[in-house]
Design a protein around this ligand. Sequence first.
Ligand code: AMP
Ligand code: MG
Length: 400
Amino acid sequence: MFKVRTLTETKTIITSQFGKIRLGTEFVPLTAAIARFTSSELVAETHIPDFDRSTVDGFAVISRDLVGCSESIPAILRKIGATKMGETPKDRVVSGQCYYVPTGGALPKGADAMVMIEYVEDFGKDEFAFVKPVAPGANMIFRGEDLTPGDLILPAGKQLNAADIGTLAAMGRTEVEVFSSPVIGIISTGDELVPPESDLKPGQIRDVNTPMLSAAVQQLGAKVISTEIIPDRYELLKASIENLLPKVDLLLISGGTSVGERDNLPLILEELGQIYVHGVAIKPGKPTIVGTIKDKPVFGLPGNPVAAFFMFTTLVKPLLYSFRASEIEQHSFEARLTRAVSSNHGREEVILVWLQADQVTPVPSKSGLISSVSRANGYILVERDQEGLPKGASVNVYLL
Ligand code: AMP
Ligand code: MG
């Protein structure tokens, strides 16, 4: 018999057993890089921007020329040209001159600040009056101000977001080196399960876990191989595990993880591999198994979709990050409970909540109602020896 572990103990066991697993690396085109994880740090090789640029429509000036100017004593400068977008001016401005530059255009040599067109008066014959001094560097970005060669753009293990893709494009990168996508095998088990497209006969339910876990895994830049629903039969489950295992980096099996008569996974794991954890002291999520077959992590998640979702989020998700040398940033916020929460199950309890500003409201949820996860944007944990939490209590909310 296995000792029931706490959630924290389970996480520690997962880290010590699987924390060193790293995936291979590959180059992918920037267009396919979203949600992938960088495998090495990326350092800027060029100046971005590559020239001094204006951030306003207006006039490039030498700031010294405007020292002391005012409404009553304007500085009068002569416009000697205008920048065309996509070109750099060949001219250089000297004292007494200015140059028209549109937003994003290049400043001519000699100029060190921009004045917005709204603050300049046209005196005609290319003469313009300036009534306010301007600080050097005002309304412009210097060459290399975004990035200079040697600047760290992205650390290793960073999951690429849309802004990262933009930054790499600015650098002229068309490819980026990333960790290979983990391949995750997903198996749902249960005689009562039918695929989502099926009509239900009495007693049947639709398989929630395969589509849900597939989506969760894909959000983490991983690939999915899923099987048909496997009935509660030892031989069938064993055969599908043996078939899937060589093709995947990690196996997620949901349902049939308790020690009930029809629960085959524990027996199969004992036969083909090893079990590290069987039973986690958390509600929901108790019938969770962590094991291995041929050095690959195998998770037996509870069939209850809410529990499967939560255990995936807390146990599997961090591991999928660590496969790519990355650590998850778990955001939590302190907020006040709008309602009392009761809890006395002798286990740590997960309470789904809706966080709004600094107020947090428990989402009504009985075991297994997947729609309650849809209605939640976070969860709180009530410790095992806490009887519950009173209205107004300050709690830590973890975002989903
Ligand atoms: P089990 O862990 O197999 O004892 O299942 C616990 C509960 O979750 C039962 O009510 C099952 O019908 C339900 N369940 C198991 N697998 C799934 C699934 N893939 N989708 C939806 N519900 C499931
Ligand atoms: Mg079952």
